[in-house]
Each structure stands twice: as structure tokens, then as C-alpha cells.
Design a protein. Structure first.
Lengths: 589, 125
């Protein structure tokens, strides 16, 4: 069976599985699953959170960035896991105790202000929309490859499917479907990693394989990779390339952004008790950590395999490089998507792929520059099993996993955006007497609008999928997290302080991002080229969320100290959420 | 809260006289006139619970900071001089170790908080 048919079969089978589970568990859902006060078991909730959380950025994009950035991509690994520690200790138990509503309604109640609530909704929409743009990039990559069309066509196909998936809706909210999605996703991610780790080192556990020695030659994998890369004029894999301040703030932005993303936080409202909220965060991280500790092995080994595929012999010798006529089929297939580009600069019919370190040897070797003019980082995970010559069913499985990851998160975010617009903004503020039917219609229109916006930016993405998602985290970090934290840990921060803090935090972050990425991400409108030399103190736009959060805290405390303290009943509310006993029933989300 | 309790006692004494006040105290012993001092105890307990909670959280956050920002970022060069099992240690903390510690840290926090909940009698059944 050819790869394409097999992929359709596997993707189709997994989707059929999700739909069957969704329909089957819906019966029990209304009956018993979500009855107030009962809720979802923390381990299962953790697994469902894992599926919700791990999107195209984690599945498709992250290991590719690790493959090309090496140590510097650790920001994603630490940033997207360390946030769960903050979530478990600083937010989840208290928000669970408060229970009942959504994140903006907590902010609205705690800061006794409709303005604060609207501000929170606005911040949520901005962050979620940016997040969806990142997913669209991932979806476009996945669909373009498996339909064997250009990236643009793949993106349009993906948009249509996301819309259908989200409008059929509800599926997202069913915990059982998410548990199935998690199983497919983690299976699809770890199986090729185990195969490749076995091939290279004989060690089946990728986490250990990355530290093992190679079966050929006995060198450690990472030492070998460092050697291969430096020989070809690239920078050492394990060495630090970017500035320390930037790496520090990048990690911090992702961590506090994780703790401030509403679609993750609301998952912890569904557990029965406050202590379950704490342990459920722990379980979520366990399930996420399985993928996140595998990713470094996937990245490093994919890079090593890629380099060895192209550089088949001694560097500089006439037959040392792969002939273009003999490239494997994955190479040709990715070329069709436009995400991989080769140009025979010196006309020898062979591929030279090397870094700036070999510039002074070009003349001696008869090379005219790096001929792999485009290697989109987001293709690495999907191409990885093919590069390693794994069986077709593994390749198809990875496709199914990647599409599941991207679709589930994109659909979830779109639902969150559309319900914020229709429920919090339209019904809550502008049209209080909107009927349920009208609300649903408004939600659908908002969703279609959000998909079109996200699709448009997906065509000209402001970065690789994981980087765009990182921007979304920075926006959440600079607005929602500080407001929630101050709401729980300070009785003094009042409505004026919190609102102005959120506005200044997200405002500063947005301006900084737009300054380098173009206003509203429109290409060509950037004020300065997005280069480390231009960045303020060397801080990348993706890393600025941490600075935005600091601005948020500072503004909120200063303004609060100059304006009256919150009324007494609010101070009692804060005291009340700090004690677990007496939490109300679990909420269905 | 305390102030109002004293006032109540003083007022009772004033109205009932010394004999009546004795009866009042007797009544309090058998909870004849529930004086509702419970709330006061909950308040101070809540404060102590919160203090211990904060201390635990700060401890955990310090560990969280050291393994990721310390070992993985700020001191990565020094840590990388040590090599264990094919990994440079700083690189290992940045890409593997910190994640394992994060998981352990949350479960440590969960078990300590459950103990704390029981100690202050706010554990949920």
C-alpha cells in the first residue's frame, strides 16, 4: 500500500475513533460524568489536559526547532513544562476553590469591575488568536505534505477541516475524546523516536538513547552531532548561541504564559476537589513530560540523520555529497510543498549543505554557497521517520498524531474565542437580551471570522509554529497571569490597579512584538528588522512577555497604592479562596 | 472579633449582676448561649495555614528556579564541564533534568499540602 493511501486510512481511523467515543460518552456525560460535585478523576483530567495542551507547536514544530537550534531551544522545553509548577502552586487550587466561572469572570469578580472583566476578555482574545495563527502554520505544513500540494493549498484544506471540527463542536469538551487523542498523539510521537534511537544507539528509550554511544564508532550521540555540525561549518549543537538574558526571559515568558493561558486553567475547574486540582496539574505534567523529554532525542537524531543523508562521504571530496538525482522520495515530496528548497548553485548535480564556518574553503572545494536554501523547521518531525527509513505505517501514524494535536488545540481555542466574543462581550455587555440561539449564531460567525484571520496570518506566519505560539504565551504572560496572581496573593490590589496593569503589560508587549514583526503581523510594516542587534538589550519579541509581566505588576501595585483599597467583601473573598474546604461542585467545561 | 466578645461579656455582667454572670458562664460551658467564638479561631487558623502554605511554596519555587534558571541557564557553562552518561550536565538539566524535577516537585507539594490540610482541618472528604 502506498504511503498516501495508508496515511488517509490511519488519519481517517483515528478521527472515526474520536467521533465514536464522543457520541458514546455524550450519553453518560449528561447522565453521570459531569454531575456537579463529582467531576473528572485527576489522572484522566491530567491526560485530557495533556491533549488539550500539546498542539502543533509541541508536536510538529518544537523538535524541529531543537534540531536546528540545539541548546538554545531548551527555552521551549523548560518554558512549556515549568509553567505547570507555577500553575499547581500559585493558581489552580485557588481558582478551583473559587470555581464556577471562567477566568475573565474571576477577574471581574475579584476586581469588582466590569472594565477589568472586559480587559481580561480582550487580553484572552488577543492571546488565543495569536495562538491559533501558530496552529494554522502547523496545520498547513501537515496537510500540504499529506495531500502533496503546496503549503497554501494545504492551509486552505486545513482551515476548512478545523472549521467543521470546531462547529461540530462539543467534541472538544468531552474528556474521553481528549484521552483518546492523547493516546494517539503520544503513541505517534514516541514510536518513531524509539525506532530511531534503536537504529542509532541500540537503546530503545530515547531519553537515554540521546546520552548513549552510537552503534557505529562508539561516540556519544551528542558528541558526534557536535562534531558533524562543526565539520560542516555550523555551530556546535550543545553550545549556547544566543544571549543569556534572552534565554532567561524567553523561558520565563513561556512559563508564566503557561500558567496564564485560560484554556489550560479552566481544565482544573472540572476536578471534584481543591486537592485534586493540585494533583491533576501534576498528572498533566507527567503526560506532557513524556513528549517533552522525548523531543530532545527526536531533534538531535533527526538533525544527525539529515546531515548524514546529504553528506554521504568526506567533506570536500568530489563524491562526498548526495547526488540530486538520487535524493530519497521524502526530499521530493517536501519540495512540492515549497517548505524545502534546493538550488544547484555550483552546477555539479550534488547537494552541498553547510554553514558559514566553511566559507573560506568554498573555493578549494568548488562550492558556491549553501544549496539547501530553505529547510523549514516545522517539517522535521513529520519528515523524521522517512529520513530514518522507517516503515510506512510509522510515517502515517506521525501524520495522524500531528493532525490530531493541531486540530484539537485549534478547535478548542476557536471555541474559547467564539464563546468569549458571544458570551462575555456581546451578551455580557452590548446585548444583554440576546437569545441563546442568537448567541450561538454570533459564536459561529465569530469562529468563522477567527479562522479567516488566523488563516490569513498562517499564510504569512510571523515565525515558525512554535515561535508564533511563544508570542501568544508572552501575551498571556504579560496580562492574565499577573492579574490572577495579584488577585489571590494580594488583598490590596484594587480594580484600577489590576485593569491598568493588564493594559500596560499587554500593550507594551504588543508594541514590542509589532515593532519587529510588523504591525498586526502585516509583512513590511515592521519598524526595525527582527535581528538580535536591533532588539532592546538583546530581548527577542517572543521573550518580551516576561518584561510585560513585570510592567504589569509594577503598574498594578503603584496605581493600587494611590487609590482606595478594595471593599471588605472582596477581602473576605480573597481569604475564602485561600482555604480549600467548602469548594463547590465541579464545573463542566 | 475579640473586642466584640469582651464587650458582650461586659454587657452581660452589667445586666445580670455577679450572680447572673456566674449563670451566664455556666450557660456558656453547656453552650446554652452559643457565643460563636468559632469564627475567630478559624480566622487565626486560616492565617497560620496560609503562612505555612506560603513557606512551602517559596521553598518549592526556589528549587524550581535553581534547576531550570540556575543549572540550565545561568550556570550552564560551569555545569557543562561535568559530563555524565554521555550528557554535559548543564545541557542535560536544560533539556531533561529540569522537567523531571518539575514533576517531582509538584507531587512533593501535593503531598505536603494534603498534610497541611489535615493539620488545619480543612481537608476535603
Amino acid at each position: 500500500m502506498d504511503l498516501r493511501t495508508l496515511t488517509f486510512l490511519v488519519v481517517g481511523a483515528t478521527f472515526a475513533l474520536y467521533i465514536i467515543i464522543a457520541i458514546k460518552s455524550r450519553v453518560t456525560t449528561t447522565g453521570e460524568f459531569y454531575v456537579a460535585g463529582k467531576g473528572v478523576h485527576p489522572v484522566l483530567n491530567g491526560m485530557a489536559t495533556g491533549a488539550d495542551w500539546m498542539s502543533a507547536a509541541s508536536f510538529i514544530s518544537m523538535a524541529g526547532l531543537i534540531a536546528f537550534k540545539g541548546y538554545d531551544a531548551s527555552v521551549f522545553l523548560m518554558g512549556w513544562t515549568g509553567g505547570y509548577v507555577l500553575l499547581a502552586m500559585l493558581l489552580a487550587p485557588y481558582l478551583r476553590k473559587y470555581g464556577k466561572y471562567t477566568v475573565p469572570s474571576f477577574i471581574g469578580d475579584r476586581f469588582y469591575s466590569r472594565t477589568a472583566r472586559v480587559t481580561a476578555v480582550l487580553c484572552l482574545i488577543i492571546a488565543s488568536l495569536t495562538y491559533v495563527i501558530g496552529q494554522m502554520k502547523g496545520i498547513g505544513v501537515a496537510f500540504s505534505r499529506f495531500l502533496e500540494v503546496s503549503f497554501e493549498v494545504g492551509l486552505f484544506a486545513g482551515m476548512a477541516i478545523v472549521f467543521l471540527y470546531a462547529v461540530l463542536g462539543g467534541m472538544k469538551g468531552v474528556t474521553n475524546t481528549q484521552i483518546a487523542q492523547y493516546c494517539v498523539l503520544i503513541f505517534a510521537y514516541t514510536v518513531p523516536a524509539i525506532f530511531i534511537s534503536m537504529q542509532l544507539t541500540g537503546m530503545p528509550i530515547p531519553q537515554l538513547g540521546l546520552g548513549s554511544s552510537m552503534t557505529d564508532g562508539g561516540m556519544h550521540v551528542l558528541d558526534k552531532l557536535d562534531l558533524v555540525l562543526t565539520d560542516l561549518g555550523f555551530k556546535e549543537y550543545t553550545a549556547q548561541k544566543g544571549g543569556t538574558l534572552n534565554i532567561f526571559l524567553y523561558t520565563l515568558s513561556l512559563m508564566i504564559g503557561t500558567a496564564g493561558l485560560p484554556h489550560v486553567i479552566i481544565r482544573f475547574f472540572t476536578v471534584p476537589r481543591v486537592r485534586d486540582a493540585r494533583s491533576s496539574v501534576g498528572w498533566a505534567l507527567v503526560f506532557i513530560a513524556i513528549l517533552y523529554t522525548t523531543a530532545p532525542a527526536v531533534g538531535a537524531m533527526a538533525r544527525l540523520n539529515l546531515m548524514n543523508t546529504i553528506q554521504i562521504g568526506e567533506i570536500g571530496s568530489p563524491t562526498g555529497n548526495l547526488e540530486y538525482a538520487k535524493v530519497p522520495s521524502w526530499f521530493k515530496n517536501w519540495e512540492k510543498t515549497g517548505l524545502l528548497k534546493f538550488e544547484d548553485k555550483n552546477g555539479d548535480g550534488r547537494i552541498q549543505y553547510y554553514g558559514p564556518g566553511l566559507k573560506d574553503k568554498e573555493e578549494e572545494f568548488g562550492w558556491k554557497g549553501n544549496e539547501m536554501i530553505k529547510v523549514d523547521r516545522d517539517i522535521m518531525v513529520l519528515a523524521n521517520p522517512e529520513i530514518a527509513n522507517l516503515p510506512n505505517w510509522v510515517v502515517a501514524l506521525v501524520a495522524a498524531g500531528g493532525i490530531a494535536a493541531a486540530l484539537s488545540t485549534a478547535a478548542g481555542l476557536l471555541l474559547a474565542i467564539s464563546s468569549s466574543i458571544s458570551h462575555d462581550v456581546l451578551k455580557g455587555i452590548f446585548m444583554p437580551d440576546l437569545t441563546d440561539k442568537g448567541e450561538l449564531l454570533a459564536g459561529r460567525i465569530a469562529m468563522a471570522g477567527a479562522i479567516c484571520v488566523a488563516g490569513y496570518f498562517g499564510l504569512h506566519p510571523p515565525g515558525f509554529a512554535a515561535q508564533v505560539v511563544a508570542l501568544a504565551f508572552g501575551l498571556a504572560a504579560s496580562s492574565i497571569f499577573p492579574a490572577l496572581m495579584m488577585g489571590i496573593f494580594s488583598k490590596r490590589v484594587n480594580r484600577t490597579g489590576a485593569t491598568s496593569g493588564m493594559l500596560c503589560g499587554i500593550g507594551a508587549t504588543l508594541v514590542y512584538i509589532f515593532w519587529f514583526k510588523g504591525w498586526f503581523f502585516i509583512p513590511g510594516t515592521e519598524m526595525m528588522a527582527n535581528k538580535p542587534e536591533n532588539w532592546f538589550l538583546g530581548i527577542a519579541p517572543e521573550a518580551f512577555g516576561a518584561v510585560g509581566a513585570a510592567i504589569n505588576f509594577a503598574v498594578a501595585f503603584t496605581v493600587s497604592s494611590m487609590t482606595p483599597a478594595p471593599p471588605e467583601h472582596i477581602q473576605h473573598l480573597v481569604e475564602d479562596i485561600r482555604v480549600p474546604r467548602g469548594a463547590g461542585g465541579a464545573q463542566d467545561h | 472579633m475579640l473586642q466584640s466578645g469582651i464587650n458582650k461579656e461586659r454587657l452581660t455582667k452589667k445586666f445580670l449582676g455577679s450572680k447572673g454572670f456566674f449563670l451566664y458562664y455556666l450557660g456558656k460551658e453547656v453552650n446554652f448561649f452559643p457565643l460563636n467564638n468559632e469564627k475567630e479561631e478559624i480566622m487565626s487558623d486560616a492565617a497560620a495555614y496560609w503562612r505555612e502554605n506560603i513557606r512551602l511554596v517559596i521553598g518549592c519555587i526556589i528549587v524550581w528556579f535553581i534547576v531550570s534558571y540556575g543549572f540550565g541557564i545561568l550556570f550552564v557553562h560551569q555545569m557543562n564541564k561535568i559530563s555524565i552518561a554521555g550528557y554535559e550536565l548543564g545541557f542535560w538539566f536544560a533539556q531533561q533534568g529540569s522537567i523531571y524535577v518539575f514533576v517531582a516537585l509538584i507531587f512533593f507539594y501535593v503531598s505536603r499540602m494534603n498534610k497541611l490540610d489535615r493539620k488545619y482541618n480543612v481537608y476535603e472528604d
